[in-house]
Design a protein around this ligand. Structure first.
Ligand code: FEO
Length: 135
């Protein structure tokens, strides 16, 4: 069973590039969670790496769209991204040094962050970007 499932009702921003990236991100997180269940450290490391690289690119794309359209909540939104990347970077560094394991608690932490961030923060830029012709 998947850890997280994208639905338009819960996660739709009405911005295609963001929705498409969120769907890919959810798939990567589900893959990582499945790898955690299987317990192969090298697979977990590879899935974690792919996920974190994608998150960096996704946040950069959202920030580019917000900044280029003078989105009023850009600074607060970017701060949330920066905080998560800091936390995830610490986790990945500790994992790579063999100081901690990636567990279902780790994947659930990321899921909970997404379940909060997308509806409460991402979905707010939809009307603004739509008004600038970005759908
Ligand atoms: Fe889709 Fe603000 O992250």
């Amino acid at each position: 069973m998947s850890l997280i499932t994208w639905t338009k009702e819960q996660f739709g921003t009405n911005v295609t590039v963001a929705d498409d990236q969120h769907k890919v991100l959810f798939g990567m997180l589900n893959d990582l969670d499945a790898a955690v269940g299987a317990g192969d450290r090298s697979v977990i490391g590879a899935k974690l790496d792919v996920l974190l690289k994608f998150v960096v690119d996704h946040f950069a794309e959202e920030e580019r769209l917000m900044q280029s359209t003078s989105y009023p909540d850009f600074t607060a939104h970017k701060a949330e991204h920066t905080k998560l990347l800091g936390t995830c970077g610490d986790v990945a560094a500790k994992f790579n040094r063999g100081e901690l394991q990636i567990t279902h608690d780790t994947t659930t932490f990321v899921k909970d962050w997404l379940v909060n961030h997308i509806p409460a923060v991402d979905m707010k830029y939809g009307p603004h970007l739509n008004s600038k012709g970005i759908n």
